[in-house]
Design a protein around this ligand. Sequence first.
Ligand code: EPU
Length: 428
Amino acid sequence: MKKYVIKGLKRKQTLEGVYTVSGSKNSGLPALAMSLLFKKEVTLKNIPEIEDIFKLSEILEKIGIKVLIKKNTFKIDSGKISSSKIDRFLGGELRASLILTGPILARTGSVEFYFPGGCSIGKRPIDVTLLAFEKLGAVISGRGDKIIIKSKEKTLIGAEIIMPVQSVTATENIMMTAVLAKGKTIIKNAAMEPEIEYLAKYLNLVGAKITGAGTPVIEIIGRNGKLLENNVPEYVNMADRIEAGSIAILAAVAGKDITIRHFVKDHLENFLQTFDQIGVKYEFIQKNVLRIKKQNIKSFKGVNIKTHEHPGFPTDLQSQMGVLLTQAKGESRIFETIFESRLDYLSSLSRMGASIKKWNIYQAEISGPSKLKAKRLMALDLRAGFSFIIAGIVAEGKTTVDNSYVVRRGYENILNKLRQIGVDIEEI
Ligand code: EPU
């Protein structure tokens, strides 16, 4: 198991340079799935070359789809699909493989997969997706972990779907499935994350009829099984808002002068408001270019954050913000409302010297500021892993973050990108 070793700056602010945010993981994954709606090869640009994306590509290849990767450009030819079964091993390793189930079902009339299983950030059920498939006229069967879904008719039939919870992947999955269904589908209580709106905008450019994406009610007029034909203009993936936010937090606690390119303000409004409340100073020097200069960290104030579906504070930035709050003066409260294990990282921060009271699995209080001391830590999930890198940079001494693989799953070329702004980090 590889690990990161980080030499801490002992609360000095020395990092400087330009950091360029990669293409988004969480819109790249549905973009790969979207290629299944096309008759011919599609070209997807600015796709991050990270483990999760490679795994999803491998699953596509196993069902007969051709994937050609060249420097963040993916050419995917879904002209022929030879199987509707998602590889058990790969699907089990990557929860996001669920995103393929709808497009495969819409395309072939059936899909077979294994329950994506538990995950280090919580239970992550799939009931919303299954409920939606049933509404669209599919029959679900299976035994044990195996799930078999078959369309009753030749094509799925548009329907009204009320999501019991706002699920990002379920919204994307059902939206894509409905593009090939017969008639109108309405998704109510849909998730509103920017990745969903981005996907819908592109699909509309190439012939789909989707309205309301980015709001809680989405309407899709289906194409009655007719595949999309025209991949013009090519798909260019949006920037990764979570990577952008992660680096902004690092810059706030350890930066001398950092410029972040592809920081899309509209995607991170709630996050920036939290920066304002804490007292982090920043400026946009151009559209989507954020500059963070050396901060007066002593003036940072504790705040309360509550994670929420978009446009609320993103759960994917909660642990990184938790590290920043160990450096702010006074009490901060964190309320994680999306995933039940996403406060687990706090025990590691406590070991490093942070003052934390965890009230229950969802709520905790951080009192700052604290001096952090290097420790050996285990990256629990992608985001907690990145928050440990930030903590290691702030701390005194050499921090080891075991299981660096999970961080690489979601942050492209992260070792070099961090080194370029002056972080003393190696992966061994
Ligand atoms: N939920 C259900 N039933 C379902 C689906 C979800 O109860 O059928 C619940 C979940 O347990 C959770 C909530 O609904 O409490 C939201 O989960 P959601 O389905 O929205 O999460 P997801 O689509 O599996 C995506 C991102 C996650 C991100 C969440 C929340 C992708 C590939 N993943 O997951 O990203 O945390 O939305 O914003 O888009 C990450 O990048 O580190 C990551 C985990």
